[in-house]
Design a protein around this ligand. Structure first.
Ligand code: PLP
Length: 484
């Protein structure tokens, strides 16, 4: 590790800008980035100031957003590469434009690293998001008007799992399973609905579910009714990659994920397949891997985003590092500790705890709505987002719950014993907040100032990491010329 944001960021940036400007030690791309930042500061100080303010903000707030991580600065740098200037539809070795020689190598590298990280046989790194990855998979496997089965949005599912608010809920007959009385996925209901309605695809995965997903159980149901199983590991991809959550790669037919959540990569998506990558699609002939290539381009996307793909390649290398393995260990241990601390302070923890990075709490019990709790916490420098909880009577923009995640706390190196501080700070805010309406509240400004100060101190003593120097196993040279 080279240093930390809070201590030597300015000095490091100044030095690397100096070295890069000569175009020698750090190379042309680094020089270009340094010049770009210099030009931005001189030519557009308004925008530059906002970007700097965001860096400071991230360094001094306690972010417990379950769907976020801090991307390594090398990931951000790769995402800003001049590679972005390349326009090249298609795949490596089969582009519809010239000039993609380096992009081809970068995309192959990203594909190989993704396969290595997840133990997959097939990877498509082009989806612009997990939502587009899910849409591509469903379009390839489900006929228009066909049936899909996914977790209900109110039970923690995602919009693209068949919500009426998404095209997946309009183009397909979308059925939903829910949770049992203990708040766990109701696998019996999954089976009953599958047997009754014979969906083309069953989706296993969630946006707000703090427990282990039994992918094998889902697969058994899929086999029973002849459905494809899609595992959406958007939230838990880091835990899956490091063996801290059972992997669906060889269990599901296809697996999708976002790359910016727990993987700490750029905005984007990824489609993976393991043992089933050659399994025929609905036509009985075309292997799933080939179907997915077409499903992304040309069926649902145009040009890929080359610099984003470079950033994905970099993120996969960081995720394969020992530091990331240690971070995911902390993520899980911190989440359990945070749940226990909040329970001790009297909060109702959904499902009674957590197996992953996520803690769901009921704030209605405490006389608050989710949005009031979210806003009061934000005012004090703590970020956690409102979340609907099972049986919620409040609308989605209000809600009765909060969703917390420990990805960024663990990236700061915070340990289970540090979770008492986080829980206490949250409790101080929530206890000091009085709801006026479902969306308005009052809080003592002196309390806000006190908690803000304590949050800042906690962030200074647990700074965000400045960068990981990792040497990935895959080498560009080996990959030049290698096919998908
Ligand atoms: C389970 C799940 N799938 C898909 C998505 C969509 O991800 P993206 O933002 O990459 O489109 C999310 C994001 O919140 C999610 O939680």
């Amino acid at each position: 590790m080279a240093g930390h944001w809070s201590t030597d960021l300015v000095e490091t940036a100044r030095k690397s800008a100096g070295a890069g400007a000569e175009g020698t030690r750090t190379g042309e791309q680094a020089a270009l980035l340094a010049i770009g930042m210099e030009t931005l500061h001189q030519g557009d100080p308004e925008l530059a100031r906002l970007l700097d303010a965001e860096v400071r903000h991230q360094g001094t707030t306690l972010a417990m957003i379950a769907s976020a991580s801090i991307a390594d600065p090398s990931v951000l740098a790769a995402g800003g590469a001049a590679l972005s200037n390349v326009t090249a539809e298609g795949y490596p070795g089969a582009r519809y434009h010239p000039g993609a020689v380096h992009f081809d190598a970068v995309e192959r590298l990203a594909v190989e690293r993704a396969k290595e990280l997840f133990g997959a046989r097939y990877a498509n790194v082009q989806p612009h998001s997990c939502s587009s990855a899910n849409l591509a998979v469903l379009a390839a496997l489900v006929p228009p008007g066909g049936t899909i089965l996914g977790l209900d949005l109110d039970a923690g599912g995602h919009l693209t799992h068949g919500s009426p608010a998404s095209v997946t809920g309009r183009q397909y007959k979308a059925l939903h399973y829910g949770l049992d009385s203990a708040g766990r996925i109701d696998y019996d209901q999954v089976e009953e609905l599958a047997v009754l309605h014979r969906p083309s695809v069953i989706i296993a995965g969630a946006s707000a579910y703090p427990r282990t997903v039994d992918f094998a159980r889902f697969r058994a149901v899929a086999d029973l009714v002849g459905a494809y199983l899609l595992a959406d590991i958007s939230h838990i991809a880091g835990l899956v990659a490091t063996g801290r959550h059972p992997s669906p790669i060889d269990v599901a037919h296809l697996t999708t994920t976002s790359t910016y959540k727990q993987l700490g990569g750029p905005r984007g998506g990824l489609i993976l397949s393991g043992a089933e990558y050659r399994t025929p699609g609905p036509d009985g002939r075309t292997p799933l891997s080939r179907l997915m290539q077409r499903a992304v381009f040309p069926q649902s996307q145009g040009t890929p985003s080359p610099a984003t793909i470079a950033a994905k390649a970099r993120a996969f290398a960081v995720a394969a590092s020992p530091w990331f393995g240690e971070t995911t260990r902390l993520i899980v241990e911190d989440a359990s500790a945070l749940a226990a601390e909040l329970a001790a302070l009297g909060y109702r923890i959904l499902t009674g705890g957590t197996d992953n990075h996520m803690v769901l709490i009921d704030v209605h019990d405490r006389g608050l709505t989710g949005v009031v709790a979210e806003r009061a916490l934000e005012e004090c420098g703590i970020l956690a987002n409102r979340n609907r909880i099972p049986g919620d009577t409040k609308p989605p923009l209000v809600t009765s719950g909060l969703r917390l995640g420990t990805n960024i706390l663990a990236q700061r190196g915070m340990r289970p014993e540090d979770m008492a501080d986080c829980a206490r700070l949250m409790h101080t805010v929530l206890e000091g907040t009085a709801s006026v309406t479902d969306t308005e509240y009052v809080i003592d400004p002196a309390l806000v100032a006190r908690v803000r100060g304590a949050v800042r101190d906690l962030c200074v003593s647990n700074p965000l990491p400045l960068g990981q120097t990792t040497t990935p196993a895959t080498e560009t040279a080996i990959l030049m010329g290698a096919g998908q």
